[in-house]
Design a protein around this ligand. Structure first.
Ligand code: RM4
Ligand code: MN
Ligand code: MN
Length: 397
């Protein structure tokens, strides 16, 4: 492949690659052992919009901000006008709407799987409010993560809880606008340690199918057991046209929410390859939302988010260099070494000059991290927000 072809492939891939930033990625966060406060952390929804706008200005590819309802729209639907005003002021659109089914005291024994019908009703009402918020904001995706589960064998009926989830998801689906989607996320454990009600992609898939055609599966890359083959899950979901989107991050041990590709960039490359090879086939049109779900308790938040976007683009660009036609021939001939070498060499290609050239072509800074440093943005917000951050009694976001 000559230089021109490489640069064309990278440009074509990046032209359509958009990434959503999570509002909660800018807030003070930590671990269950405590939180380290950062002077530049965002304390209000306005500060989160401001940070997102800065990142979009530097990268040009992050026009939307994912919102967590409990933290960003504390008055629910009543908070919509405020979000609208911020969208206008910062020229960032509200992205996915994330319900919060894990913080209220009532959810101690579950939300949509709680044995108490009143609590399940509260959870349903919240989900329906989220659909309405999304409708008013013109957001396409409602992405619930259900943290429900139990800690000890025999303490809950797993089967009964499946039925409750089915009921609630079908009611939420019935409330969707024709262009809205319900993205069902899964996670193997935490906060529950014995069983989690939606623990893997099979459970999420089944629930999505039962809910209706606008329900799809959301793959959070950090929500898998060690050694699980995530790209195979992605290939299946693509095949079934059931992949709704991603929460991108990396992990070493559990749901670590580390920067994308910081531990295993080859894995993200392999996932992107599945997506690009699927999209290259005629007629394949699944719409895939690329969202970030990270929380940086040690790294600077704005810097880490820029780093993530850059990393995502580089890995996407690498995956775009796989010669799919040639790979298909080699796979059919079972030329194992040749096929693997073709695949691997795309991964090892240094695409950074090509990605930088693409940015310059878009009138964007060629090195967004450097541009961020030179802009003085983080210094400024550190000064402005330091006092507030020093005295804060923290909530997650
Ligand atoms: C969960 C899950 C959800 C996210 C929360 C904060 O582990 O990944 O998507 O909204 O964390
Ligand atoms: Mn997630
Ligand atoms: Mn998570």
């Amino acid at each position: 492949m000559d230089h021109q072809e490489k640069s064309d492939r990278v440009a074509k891939a990046l032209d359509n690659f958009r990434i959503e930033i999570p509002s909660w990625g800018f807030a003070n966060t930590g671990t269950r052992f405590g939180k380290f406060l950062q002077p530049a952390a965002a304390n209000s929804i306005e500060e989160k919009f401001a940070d997102a706008a800065e990142i979009n200005q530097l990268t040009g590819v992050t026009p939307t901000l994912g919102l967590h309802v409990e933290w960003d729209l504390p008055e629910g639907v009543e908070s919509v006008p405020r979000i609208r005003a911020l969208e206008k002021k910062y020229r960032i659109c509200a992205g996915s709407i994330n319900p919060n089914l894990f913080q209220a005291q009532e959810y101690k024994y579950g939300s949509i799987c709680n044995p108490d019908a009143e609590v399940r009703q509260k959870a349903l009402t919240h989900l329906l409010d989220c659909v309405e918020i999304a409708r008013q904001l013109g957001s396409q995706d409602i992405s619930p993560w259900v943290s429900d589960g139990s800690n000890y064998p025999g303490t809950q009926s797993m089967r009964q809880r499946i039925g409750w989830m089915e009921e609630i998801f079908s009611q939420v689906h019935a409330a969707l606008q024709p262009d809205q989607r319900l993205l069902i996320e899964y996670k193997p454990f935490e906060p529950a340690f014995y069983h989690t009600d939606i623990a893997d992609w099979g459970m999420a898939l089944e629930l999505a199918r039962l809910a209706g055609p606008q329900a799809k599966v959301l793959v959070d890359t950090g929500h898998h057991y060690q050694t699980q083959n995530i790209e195979q899950i992605v290939a299946w979901l693509l095949h079934l046209e059931m992949l709704g989107g991603f929460h991108l991050n990396d992990r070493r041990y559990a749901d670590d929410d580390l920067t994308l590709g910081s531990i295993d960039p080859y894995q993200i490359f392999r996932i992107f390859h599945e997506i690009l090879s699927y999209s290259a086939e005629p007629g394949n049109r699944s719409q895939i939302a690329f969202m970030i779900d990270q929380s940086h308790n040690l790294k600077g938040k704005v810097e880490a988010m820029v780093q993530t976007v850059v990393q995502a683009q580089e890995l996407f660009a690498k995956a775009a260099l796989v010669d799919l036609e040639q790979l298909d021939i080699l796979q059919k001939q079972c030329k194992l070494v040749e096929a693997e070498e073709l695949f691997r060499s795309a991964f090892w290609e240094d695409v950074r000059p090509l990605v930088r050239a693409w940015r310059l072509g878009q009138s964007l800074p060629e090195d967004p991290l450097r541009a961020l440093r030179e802009s003085g943005y983080v210094d400024r917000i550190s000064r402005e927000r330091a006092a507030k951050n020093a005295s804060i009694s923290t909530t997650y976001a």
